[in-house]
Design a binder for this molecule. Structure first.
Ligand SMILES: NC(=O)C1=CN([C@@H]2O[C@H](COP(=O)(O)OP(=O)(O)OC[C@H]3O[C@@H](n4cnc5c(N)ncnc54)[C@H](OP(=O)(O)O)[C@@H]3O)[C@@H](O)[C@H]2O)[C@@H](O)CC1
Ligand SMILES: Nc1ncnc2c1ncn2[C@@H]1O[C@H](COP(=O)(O)OP(=O)(O)O)[C@@H](O)[C@H]1O
Ligand SMILES: [K+]
Length: 500
């Protein structure tokens, strides 16, 4: 699913009006109805509801929502925040319609006009929508502050008032902090960015049937992976396949005290369908690996505690494997850096690079040029900052991410909530699955194993990253469903992986 910017959303609105065709006021009615259907499922009829409307189309939505909720006998009061010299046409139209069914419309021009809000009340926030273009000031700011202070449940229409949909807010901006955001048709970029978490709450999309062909043709670098899109990438297995069909992966991982990372990656790689797996670990990890992951072959390094790449055991050169994964639990010993220096130029097929291997690349950026094209790098934000530089806001971070992936011809999975997969051609695919239960040591190692397995099975790097991140998050969601997000372990995530 595409993520469009505010100008494109406005044009999409116009295209829908022209091509469906539908009158703008009826499109607003459709938006309001879809909101009310969600609302009625969520909150009982007895819920006292105060709707705050601005003077633009977001306010117009609010007025239409008020009328539809009154029809369903919700106890609704309407407050119009007078923030601009004039109202939008569709606001005025809905204002006239609402006045026919209620005399409970009040106007907020000064502080005394703001009603008291109680904990059992619901606030519908329709003050500003995607048209917010400058910081809230005056009565808008005061009203938003009062709503944020109140113990009421707050539901924002389309987007929290004051939050810009596709550009950064300034640190001191006053923005609604909703419990829920119900956004129309497509996600807005702002909803997916970490710094905006408190200005979004739980969010859902409402399908209001905007013009599909316009969406299909609109250019954008940003996508939000939907479950059916991820599942489409999944390949079926041939009845006559054998273990050779699914590749032979080599995992270079572990150091003294961090063998668990190697074990987790190895187990996840097997659970993600690799044909064969060999793990090269420091000598101290040999027994651990063989006992913990009997399905994998193990090549002990000649070094006792860190990886050097040297081994006394016969076996193919790393370049002969279908793919290589390197990083989990690796440490940053000089011998390990030397191994990277020798190894990387010998590899031609995409590899997976994680954890300390990324930190070594960050400290030796000349090595970035030695990565095989289309390799997958999986930094968390701190690792990504080490690879690039600090950013002033999430939008600058996205620019750095796209730029890095394009310049280095790699796929970058920037991990976190809504992990972002950046591709060498400049696209960013945000992932929809996953939950805060995954914020625990070892879940990143699991992702590395999954991505290796998918590369080994012949998925191209972008497909592997999009599908792998999706399946990893979904496994986390399954665990959270069964036992709640708190106390989830990386091993639980491996056990919950499913590929159907
Ligand atoms: N596209 C769709 O899919 C559909 C969209 N729909 C709905 O339309 C909404 C977008 O409507 P919209 O364009 O009228 O913008 P909205 O946010 O209501 O207000 C703009 C007004 O506020 C003003 N203003 C701006 N910042 C301000 C500030 N800080 N403090 C005070 N004022 C400020 C601004 O002034 P200006 O910047 O022009 O000076 C202008 O007067 C969208 O979110 C959705 O709810 C649905 O109905 C149907 C389908
Ligand atoms: N709040 C969250 N929502 C969704 N996914 C998360 C969240 N926090 C962490 N994750 C996921 O968990 C994994 C953590 O990886 P990482 O930080 O490398 O951990 P580790 O190094 O301990 O293995 C990533 O895949 C990340 O996307
Ligand atoms: K709003």
């Amino acid at each position: 699913m595409k993520i469009l910017n505010v100008d494109q959303i406005r044009a999409l609105d116009q295209a829908t009006v022209q091509h469906e065709p539908i009158a703008p006021i009826n499109l607003m009615e459709r938006a309001a109805l879809s909101f009310v259907n969600w609302f009625a499922d969520q909150f009982p009829h007895s819920s006292p509801t105060k709707i705050f409307c601005g003077l633009g189309n977001n306010g117009g939505d609010g007025l239409a929502i008020a009328r539809l909720l009154l029809e369903r006998e919700y106890p609704v009061e309407v407050f119009v925040v007078r923030h601009a010299p004039r109202e939008s046409d569709d606001f005025m139209h809905n204002h006239r319609r609402l006045k026919l069914v209620t005399d409970k419309i009040r106007y907020i021009e000064q502080v005394q006009d703001i009603p008291t809000l109680r904990h059992n009340e619901i606030v519908i926030d329709a003050i500003l929508g995607s048209g917010a273009s400058r910081p809230a000031e005056g009565i808008v700011k005061t009203t938003i502050e009062a709503i944020n202070r109140a113990p009421a449940t707050v539901v924002s229409v389309d987007i929290a008032s004051g939050l810009y949909a596709d550009k950064p807010n300034e640190p001191g901006d006053i923005i609604i902090e909703p419990d829920y955001t119900l956004t129309f048709q497509l996600p807005k970029l702002a909803l997916l960015l970490p710094k905006n978490g408190r200005y979004v709450g739980e969010w859902h999309m409402l399908d209001i049937q905007l013009h599909k062909r316009f969406i299909d043709q609109a250019p954008t670098p940003y996508y939000f992976t939907q479950p059916h899109e991820a599942r489409l990438l999944l390949r079926k297995r041939d009845r006559f396949s054998n273990k050779g069909t699914f590749g032979h992966a080599l995992l270079l991982a572990g150091s003294y005290g961090k063998m668990g990372a190697a074990v987790l990656s190895a187990r996840a790689c097997l659970r993600a369908g690799v044909g064969l797996l060999t793990v090269q670990v420091p000598r101290c990890g040999y027994d651990i690996l063989q006992i913990a992951v009997p399905e994998a072959m193990c090549r002990p390094d000649t070094h006792e505690t860190v990886l050097t790449g040297q081994t006394a055991v016969d076996g193919p050169e790393p370049a002969a494997y279908t793919t290589v994964g390197i990083g989990p639990g690796l440490g940053k010993a000089p011998e390990t850096l030397a191994m990277l220096r020798t190894l990387l130029p010998t590899l031609a097929k995409p590899i997976v690079v994680d954890a300390d291997a990324l930190n070594l690349l960050a400290e030796n950026r000349d090595l970035l040029k030695k990565l095989p094209p289309n390799s997958i790098l999986t930094p968390h934000p701190k690792e990504f900052e080490r690879l690039t530089q600090a950013w002033a806001n999430d939008y600058e971070k996205l620019d750095l991410l796209r730029d890095f992936a394009q310049k280095n011809r790699v796929v970058v999975v920037l991990k976190g909530a809504y992990s972002a997969v950046a591709t060498p051609n400049g696209e960013v695919h945000f992932n929809a699955t996953g939950n805060p239960g995954l914020s625990t040591g070892g879940t990143g190692d699991v992702l590395t194993g999954i991505l290796m397995a998918l590369l080994a099975q012949g998925y191209d790097a972008v497909e592997a990253a999009v599908l792998g991140v999706y399946a990893h998050g979904l496994a986390g969601d399954r665990v959270a469903e069964q036992r709640g997000p708190i106390g989830m372990t990386a091993s639980d995530v491996i056990d919950a992986l499913r590929w159907h």
